[in-house]
Design a protein around this ligand. Structure first.
Ligand code: HEM
Length: 513
């Protein structure tokens, strides 16, 4: 199938098509996707149709019951696009991201032990250690400088922590990036290159029509081949027996844990694919998601600690939040996994507010396998004035769940929905409409249902560990007044200082004694 034209049986209203080639894809890629979806929600209600690229259209769902149905209740009827599955398979191999139904359940079961509480506890010690290495580097830079503060590219350092951590936690391997060494894997990653939003959008449309592009010997495809080969060598050089069988359950890396699964549920090729996903998850995970279709593997130097970058930016322009957070962190000098997870309510609120306001993945796209009927929480008015409490869909229909808009829409969160306000998680009751949204603390950042993010506890533990060390030892201020920081949607939302390919913040030392 080259073009998808499935549309709902129920006649929905929605914005007029701006262009046959782009639909709204180009605007969404170049703008703030959440704001667009929210403004259409105000105009057309919680469910509407949206013209997309190449003459197609998709149904946007902002109704909590309908979302729960698509992601959870009947989740396996709403699958990843076939072209996207094939592209992932071609570039990284066939694993959890490319399988559906019972096969998917088998992969999930084999991978879950890697994300147990005991594993996350072990990984937290790795995250803390990596952040302490960065802390030492920053302290030495500060003592070498003449002034009280230094300006650093936070994105660079968050990438280093994230990469170092996934080396140890994912592969029991030292990628050694904090000390400016470039490992073999690091070199391969560099070759994955970068792209800009407009180019990505153009490739996106081309790939919808010509999925074969993913198989051509283009530089990026060759780079993925190199990544696959390098990862294969890396895993083959690991002592499978030690990693898979003898390492204690609590200290097993993600890959060791799936190598063990190989003996039971996964083939060797499937284990390789999962390992590739983990490493790519760290490097370019967010690029699996954008405006649908098989065009989601265009890497940039975006890592999971995008969250920490946004958080540091928010703290730099909200000094009262930063001070309050530091006061809590100071009470736990060498915070353990348990303390980070359960005893620091303000840190938790800051993390949740960052997940809410800066979701790395802004949308989730699905396609109906069979005709279906999606129930609604609240009736909607159709273009012909009729009111309905469900929408009928045809097999092939595309659905967009606008994660960012659901996390931030004032229709759910109230008039202060766009403000960074951790207190909403502590002092106030969440609005009733928010409590109807399923997902991780009523957020869709990690989506919901059988395909929710398997790495969410890993990501949250890493984020908390990093913040606990950095906020304890350093104070963060904006370069100017914070207005120099832009949201750049490359396929994820990144924080960039004007005129720089990174996030510049002013950093000074905090006396801890
Ligand atoms: C802030 C960090 C993260 C965010 C926002 C995030 C978000 C997501 C989302 C939205 C999905 C659903 C994708 C879909 O079905 O199309 C997903 C799936 C997944 N994530 Fe994450 N993720 C994060 C971190 C991680 C980490 C650290 C790992 C691994 C170490 C990971 C591994 C996975 C895997 C394997 C899946 C596929 C699950 C399945 O299909 O059953 N993620 N993630």
């Amino acid at each position: 199938m080259l073009f998808f034209r499935g549309s709902p049986v129920t006649p929905l209203s929605g914005p007029k098509r701006p262009s046959w080639i782009w639909g709204y894809n180009r605007m969404l890629i170049n703008g703030t996707s959440g704001d667009y979806f929210e403004s259409w929600q105000k105009e057309f209600g919680d469910v509407y149709r949206l013209p997309t690229a190449a003459g197609a259209e998709r149904t946007v769902i902002m109704d909590s019951r309908a979302i729960a149905y698509v992601l959870n209740t009947n989740g396996y009827n709403f699958t990843r696009y076939e072209g996207e599955r094939n592209t992932i398979k071609r570039l990284l191999g066939g694993g959890i991201l490319t399988v559906e139904g019972n096969d998917h359940k088998r992969h999930r079961k084999a991978m879950s032990p890697g994300f147990s509480i005991a594993s996350i506890r072990f990984f937290t010690s790795i995250f803390l250690e990596a952040t302490h290495k960065v802390k030492e580097r920053w302290l030495s830079k500060l003592s070498d400088s003449k002034g009280n503060d230094i300006v650093l590219d936070v994105e660079h350092w968050m990438n280093a922590i994230s990469f170092e951590s996934i080396g140890e936690a994912g592969f029991s391997h030292d990628f050694d990036c904090i000390n400016d060494e470039v490992s073999v894997v690091g070199q391969v990653f560099s070759s994955l290159g970068a792209t800009n939003g407009t180019l990505t959008a153009a490739i996106a449309v081309a790939l919808q029509a010509f999925p074969i592009i993913a198989s051509l010997p283009l530089a990026r495809n060759v780079a993925f081949d190199n990544l696959r080969n390098t990862m294969r060598d890396l895993i083959n050089t690991m002592d499978r027996k030690t990693l898979g069988n003898d390492a204690s359950d609590e200290r097993r890396s993600l890959v060791a844990s799936i190598i063990k699964a190989e003996n039971r549920n996964l083939s060797q090729e499937e284990v390789m694919a999962e390992a590739n996903y983990y490493v790519v998850t760290c490097r370019i995970r967010d690029h699996f998601y954008d405006y649908g279709g098989p065009f989601r593997l265009y890497p940039e130097s975006v890592l999971k600690l995008t969250l920490a970058q946004w958080c540091l930016h928010e703290l730099s322009i909200n000094p009262h939040v930063q001070d309050k957070l530091r006061r809590e962190i100071m009470m736990f000098p060498d915070a353990t996994h348990e303390q980070l997870a359960t005893q620091m309510p303000y840190l938790n609120a800051v993390v949740q507010e960052t997940l809410r306001t800066h979701p790395a993945v802004v949308e989730n796209h699905r396609q109906a396998m069979k005709d279906d009927s999606i129930p609604l929480q609240r009736p909607i008015k159709l273009a012909n004035g009729q009111s309905v409490d469900h929408i009928d869909v045809r097999a092939g229909m595309g659905v967009i769940i606008p994660i960012e808009a659901m996390n931030k829409s004032s229709a759910f969160w109230g008039p202060d929905s766009h403000e960074f306000k951790p207190e909403r998680w502590l002092d106030e009751e969440l609005p009733k409409k928010v409590t109807e949204i399923q997902g991780f603390h009523h957020l869709l950042t990690f989506i919901d249902g059988p395909r929710n993010c398997i790495g969410k506890n890993f990501a949250v533990a890493e984020f908390k560990a990093v913040m606990s060390v950095l906020i304890r030892h350093f104070s963060f201020a904006p370069l100017t007044d914070g207005s120099d920081v832009r949201r750049v949607l490359t396929l994820v939302q990144r924080a960039k200082s004007k005129g720089h390919d990174g996030l510049l913040l002013r950093i000074s030392r905090v006396e801890t004694e």
